[in-house]
Write a protein that binds this ligand. Structure first.
Ligand SMILES: Cc1cc2nc3c(=O)[nH]c(=O)nc-3n(C[C@H](O)[C@H](O)[C@H](O)COP(=O)(O)OP(=O)(O)OC[C@H]3O[C@@H](n4cnc5c(N)ncnc54)[C@H](O)[C@@H]3O)c2cc1C
Length: 421
């Protein structure tokens, strides 16, 4: 087998995995990273605990990607979530599975994951060039020739793997350079949008509710006339709007809707297990059993204090009014709020704050069996820069690991094929 030069651009999970796999297969691999350290975004993942994958089966796994999940089938077959778990456990990293099959290191530290990857890079003699921002990929007759970086520096390469990430959390290094380079080389870039992002609302209330988390609620998104999408889960109020696992999961749909339509509203059903009629009976029962109780105190049986205060303001009920004095109209309004506190969605938070970039290199330009570009020979893509994105739960990191592994393996294996032919 001839040893050839493979250059990997980007030292995130995708680039590190690509470099490890290509070097395991005996190639001469150089990893080029613009920061002075590897894996800055990886260290932030899972609130610093790194939810590195999810233990669910392949079909459920693919189902958690927004629409392009099937593209990853080959990559997941070559390097699945079980392979990833095995990879880390064989190298001494103990893992644990938490709720919804989310996998974390037992240490609860993302750094433990990074240390295993760094050790493996070292063991396989991957050369790492730090503080070097790739400016361009040079191509000779639709075939890669090498990369340029720094002040007129050039590294020749037989194969290049571009794994420079998306455009969010740019302070970690992912500023979109690789997407610009891919575009210059003729690849289509599907519009870049924020994914897993909090939403801003027009009402001022979230400011007073900031930090309040509500579990088991239902969110119903609508255009004001008909429901567009809905789901149950946990909501968190932020200074300017709403976030939390449920909002992050639904945010992609909200962003797409807002891009093409003017109006988007969300109704928070705070009592999804009770109908309006059942709530009416419960409120009436409360008024009969404790007629002297203030309405505000009675509402605390249904709501956290801060929301109870907000309801009193919206319905304009004096704070000292007691339950026996509640009018039918007030009771009806309270029930309407409990079943649908409405907020007008203004916009998503900026893409910079997104946990994942949606859009990226068009899947039409990438061969899913190898991750090679269909336009430039010997150029491979991996990780977040590809037009795939998923829900929270470890799916995005697994996509980076799997596409990185496949890109590394394909880039390295083509040499073998050339040699054996
Ligand atoms: C706050 C936060 C928490 C997250 N938590 C989770 C989680 O728990 N589970 C999960 O599955 N996903 C999580 N994600 C998503 C996950 O971190 C990303 O999907 C993943 O890091 C993408 O890996 P990547 O290697 O493609 O890109 P990146 O991790 O962004 O790495 C790209 C690398 O390329 C380098 N680079 C960029 N341009 C150049 C250049 N011109 N020259 C040289 N190097 C360059 C960058 O410096 C960077 O090191 C989280 C994201 C965020 C922001």
């Amino acid at each position: 087998m001839f040893t050839k030069k493979i250059v990997v651009i980007g030292g995130g999970p995708a680039g590190m995995t690509a470099a490890i796999r290509a070097s395991q297969l005996g190639q001469d691999v150089t990893l080029i990273e613009k920061n002075s350290v590897l894996g800055r975004k990886l260290l932030l993942s899972g609130k610093g605990r790194c939810n590195l994958t999810n233990a669910c089966d392949l079909d459920s796994f693919l189902g958690r990607f927004s629409k392009n999940g099937q593209f990853l089938r080959d990559a997941f077959k070559v390097f699945s979530n079980l392979d990833l778990i095995d990879f880390f456990q064989k190298r001494g990293l103990k893992l644990k599975t938490e709720r919804d099959q989310r996998v974390f290191p037992v240490t609860d530290k993302a750094d433990s994951v990074l240390q295993v990857l760094k050790k493996e890079l070292h063991k396989n003699r991957v050369e790492i060039v730090y503080n070097s921002r790739i400016k361009d990929i040079l191509v000779d007759g639709r075939k890669v020739k090498g990369v340029t970086f720094g002040e007129n520096k050039f590294i020749a390469a037989d194969r290049i793997i571009l794994a420079s990430g998306g455009v969010s959390y740019s302070f970690t290094g992912s500023g979109g350079d690789g997407l610009e380079i891919a575009k210059r080389l003729g690849h289509n870039i599907v519009s870049l949008r924020p994914g897993l992002i909090p939403l801003e609302v027009k009402q001022p209330y979230p400011e007073f509710l900031e930090g309040l988390a509500l579990g088991g609620i239902r969110l119903k998104f609508s255009d004001g006339r008909r429901q567009i999408f809905s789901d149950r889960g946990e909501l968190l109020f932020t200074k300017s709007g709403i976030s939390g696992p449920l909002v992050l999961s639904l945010s992609g749909k909200a962003v797409d809707w807002l891009a093409e339509n003017k109006n988007l509203y969300v109704e928070i059903d705070l009592q999804p297990d009770l109908s309006k009629e059942e709530l009416n009976i419960r409120l009436l029962r409360e008024s009969r059993s404790s007629p002297k109780k203030s309405i505000k105190n009675m509402l605390k049986n249904f709501l956290p204090q801060r929301l109870a205060n907000l309801f009193m303001d919206i319905v304009r009920i004096p704070t000292d009014k007691n339950v026996s004095q509640i009018t039918q109209k007030e009771r009806k309004e309270i029930i309407s709020l409990l079943k649908g506190l409405r907020l007008d969605i203004a916009r998503p938070r900026p893409t910079e704050e997104a946990m994942i970039t949606r859009g990226g290199i068009s899947l039409k330009d990438i061969n899913p069996r190898t991750m090679e570009s269909r336009l430039v020979k010997n150029l491979y893509f991996a990780g977040e820069m590809i037009d795939v994105d998923a829900d929270t739960g470890g799916f995005n990191l697994q996509a980076a690991f799997s596409t990185g592994y496949l890109a590394g393996q394909s880039a390295a294996s083509t040499f073998k094929q050339i040699n054996t032919n």
